[in-house]
Every structure is written in C-alpha cells, then in structure tokens.
Design a protein around this ligand. Sequence first.
Ligand SMILES: C[S@@+](CC[C@H](N)C(=O)[O-])C[C@H]1O[C@@H](n2cnc3c(N)ncnc32)[C@H](O)[C@@H]1O
Length: 328
Amino acid sequence: MPPDSDALSPLHQPVLLAPVLEHLRPALDPAPAGWVVDGTVGLGGHARAVLEAFCAARLLGLDRDARALALARERLAPYGDRVRLAHGSYADLAAWLARLGLAAPRAVLLDLGLSSFQLDDPARGFSFRAGAAAPDMRFDADAPGPTALDLVNHAGEPELARWLFEWGGEPRARAVARAIVRARPLATVAELAEVVRRHALKGRRHDPATRAFQALRMAVNDEPGHLARGLGAALGALADGGRLLVIAFHSGEERLVKEAFRGAQRAGRGRVVTRKPVRATEEEVRSNPRARPARLRVFETTTGGSGGGPDGGPDGGPEDGARSGACG
Ligand SMILES: C[S@@+](CC[C@H](N)C(=O)[O-])C[C@H]1O[C@@H](n2cnc3c(N)ncnc32)[C@H](O)[C@@H]1O
C-alpha cells in the first residue's frame, strides 16, 4: 500500500489531491494556519492529507451522509482535537461555524457530487448497476425527503424532462421523461435503467442511463440549491486572504461556481486564482478514471479587510502548531 494510503483508500480515492494541497498552501502556510472547512468530508481522504500537510491546521468536516461521516470519524481520530465533524450540509456553513464557535476559516474545500463508497453500495440505488434495489439516491438516508423512486413515480413530466436536460445533459430529455411517466409505477433500478436506455441518446463511452441517474441524484438532493447557498456562505465566511476551492464534475455545477467567483471578484471580495480550471493529469486519470471530469477552481479573498484573521473569533486564539494528533 502506498504511504499515503490506509484501509479506507480503496473505498474512495480523493481527486486532484496534489493541486488541492498546492492551492491551500498560500492560505495555510506559514503557521498560524487556523481552520479549514472540508464541506464534503466524505471518507476523509482530502481531510487527512490536509491535516498531514499543514500541521497547525484544524479541520471542520461536514457531510450530509451520516454513514460516510462515521467512517471519516474513525479515520481522522488520530488527529484528536484538530478535527471537528458535523452531520449537515455545507449550505449551512455559517450556522455551523456559529454553533461551534469557530473562527473565520482560512480555507473551504468543496469536492462535489458523490463518493465511490456511495456509488458502489447497491442498496442506495445511486448506480444504474444496482439491479433489484429501489433507486433511493439520498445522501442523507435518514432524511424524510423524497427518494429518486418517489420522483420517477410522482413528478410531473415537464419537471422530469427539465432535470434530465439541465442536470443530466440528456439531449432526448422529453422522450425519456415521457417514457418514464408511461412506465409507472416503477420499482427497481433495473426497471428504471431499462426504460431510460430505450429512449436516451446512445453514446460510445458511457451507458445511456448515466445522464438520467446523475440528473435524478442531483434533483433528489437539490444539489444545485445547496451549491448556490454553499458558495455564498463560504465566500461570506472566509477570513481575509482565505481560499475557497471547489471541485466540480458537471458543467452545470461548474457554471454556478464560475458565476459565483466572478460575482465575488466584481464585488471586490477578492480574486479568481484559477483563470482556467485545474484538471487531472493523464497519470491520475489512468489510476482513478473518476478524476477525468473533475475541475478545480480557486478563489482568494482580499487581504486586509474586516474579516477575521487566523486568530479571530471565539475559538481562534494564537495557533502554535503543537496540537494533539499527528504532525508531531
Ligand atoms: C466526492 S465525495 C467527497 C470525498 C472526500 N473529499 C474524500 O476525499 O473522501 C462528496 C461527499 O459530499 C457529500 N455531500 C454532497 N452534498 C453535500 C452537501 N450539500 N453538504 C455536505 N456534504 C455533501 C456526499 O455525501 C459525499 O460524501
């Protein structure tokens, strides 16, 4: 096993790890480093690397998925009080910082979408390969909200078509939506995938059901809504000279990120660091094909304004880099 791997590494490989650390460095190095928020902590792959690379950094990890968070908790236990974890959405970042009494973060990382750990669990129905499972697709499996099965059986045809087009990029969105409505009631992933495959545009690289499954997942979890709120919350919460890093896997998400960054730059909040998004190297794509569509964008807030510095806020205090857990 490579030195930066552990027992959870096979469940999800963090993407663009080297550029993420490189783009965090100006905000976190030299110490005092202060708080980093990993708004999508998942299995803690990025989080662990951040805690190893920046010894004075402390990390707040959020995730909507309580099962992923439980694994992250175990994995990040060696870092002791350098880590706080909470079950919730990064869209509520400001409320979490206030509730936990944390200083303005030096950096926020959002690694959007879902992890291989979630995709590969057939019971959750994220994948069109999940066969007899019901398509659930909620990140928060305990939330009362509708599942993907509820949406395919009850949403209006125009609404289904809009999701398929806007969030799946499905060119035959209307035909697929019509076919889904005619095939009701649907019960399993296999039934849904079969209806979609018969009507979706066929390509050479991907299963034709890929786009519809992505669109339904985004609709079930209101991912665009959480992203829009989360970007605003992160840009508003960051300390001066802090950095927001967003990894998007989808052109619709990318558009939201680009627009939010440009708007913040126009408003004098700081500058867009990445004129072009950072993409995975061929080597990374070879070892982790999931990294192919990943695009990292970075924004840096202006230095010397009113935002809290690394020492600001109730839980700030001068950091001495000698906290418990790892990094000596
Ligand atoms: C690509 S994975 C992150 C993987 C993580 N960076 C790692 O290295 O292990 C995305 C994670 O974000 C979570 N997620 C999605 N939307 C979220 C939101 N609005 N707030 C918090 N977590 C979210 C998912 O449950 C999933 O665990």
